[in-house]
Design a protein around this ligand. Structure first.
Ligand code: ASP
Length: 343
């Protein structure tokens, strides 16, 4: 069997930052310094190449154009590597991993995001362990040479989770990410345990990779809250440039039942795709339980089930980019495209 080859793509983030001696803020340094900090990478029987973004960015500055660059990079190097590890800041990692999961259709190789809470050069860093395990998982294959995790995922603090199920939960803890509605794809202890009943495998390992790179970003996120005003809701729901609205609702998909709110939702629903995503960290929208949810359904709002807001955003960017007709977007939004919802 041929030796594996892994491409590490370094976009920036805490993992590769060090303190600026002048203003004490964290700023990115180049990949060779990361590689020097992790000599363990040389022990793998795996060829490791690196591609570094220029400029390196704090992930708070991530734009959809970076997702397109990442998707093109994976496509262009797809035949040369068995897996990809993307070093990325934690702040928007769940957004990027979600978007890539929808942009890379027909994936047969791992694309693993990782990063760290502490820079790789400091003594208690979590970056080393995250990077080493991510590389090991990216190279892992079965007896037939097929990838053990042919998905877009996030490795963080000993756990591999599906990218489009992830959400950043902690600004400080090493276990910064959670996947509340989907079990981990793998867990790293003395050995790495793969949860093969959860990992999605292709029916055809020879299927071609299809990249969806036409992103339409005309999406707004409206979080309902007590005291929200008609003026604010009008701005979000009726803005002419917006094609889709993610309505972040209470509990199982409930929102305000006052006539002004419902009439704005009805009005917007005539031309826009309005999708219902719960503010709860786990559990699903079900617009048939309460009268408040039912009214939204009758007003044309589409259920997001247990999708995260991060995944809903990436899914809408891709669906809007592919479909000029918002009705088609509404119909496809409720489908499970790549493991992002439990149905
Ligand atoms: N601000 C950093 C970023 O997201 C935080 C991190 O990497 O954890 O790039």
């Amino acid at each position: 069997m041929k030796a594996s080859a892994i491409l590490i793509i370094y976009t920036g983030g805490t993992i590769g930052m060090k303190q600026d001696p002048v203003d004490q803020t964290l700023k990115p340094f180049d990949f060779s310094q990361i590689a020097d900090e992790v000599p363990e990478l040389r022990k793998f029987a795996v060829r490791i190449d690196a591609y570094t973004f220029d400029p390196l960015i704090d992930s708070s500055d991530v734009e959809p154009s970076l997702w397109t660059r990442l998707a093109h990079l994976v496509r262009d190097r797809y035949d040369d590597y068995d897996g990809f590890v993307i070093l990325h800041g934690t702040d928007t990692m769940a957004y990027s991993a979600s978007a890539l999961s929808f942009m890379l259709e027909g994936l047969t190789k791992p694309v693993i995001f990782t990063g760290s809470q502490l820079p790789i050069g400091v003594p208690r860093t979590d970056g080393k362990e995250n990077l080493i395990s991510a590389v090991e998982i990216a190279a892992a294959a079965d007896e037939e040479g097929h990838a053990l995790v042919p998905e877009v995922s996030i490795f963080f603090d000993s756990v591999l989770i599906r990218g489009n199920r992830a959400t950043k939960l902690s600004a400080e803890a090493f276990n910064a990410f959670a996947s509340p509605d989907c079990p981990p794809l793998a867990e790293a202890g003395i050995r790495i345990r793969y949860n093969r009943s959860v990992i999605r495998y292709p029916d055809d390992w020879n299927r071609p990779l299809k990249v969806h790179d036409r992103l339409d970003t005309r999406v707004a996120i409206l979080k309902v809250h007590p005291g929200i005003t008609p003026e604010l809701v009008t701005v979000f729901l009726l803005a002419p440039e917006i094609r889709a609205v993610i309505l972040e609702t209470y509990g199982s998909g409930n929102a305000i039942t006052r006539p002004w709110f419902l009439s704005l939702v009805r009005e917007a629903g005539k031309s826009k795709a309005i999708v219902n995503v719960t503010q709860c960290k786990s559990g699903s929208v079900n617009m048939d339980i309460y009268a408040t949810g039912r009214t939204l359904k009758l007003a044309g709002v589409v259920s997001g089930y247990d999708i995260t807001t991060e995944a809903a955003l990436g899914k809408l960017f891709v669906l809007l980019g592919e479909n000029p007709d918002n009705e088609a977007v509404k119909n496809r939004f409720g489908e499970d495209l790549c493991g992002e919802i439990s149905k």
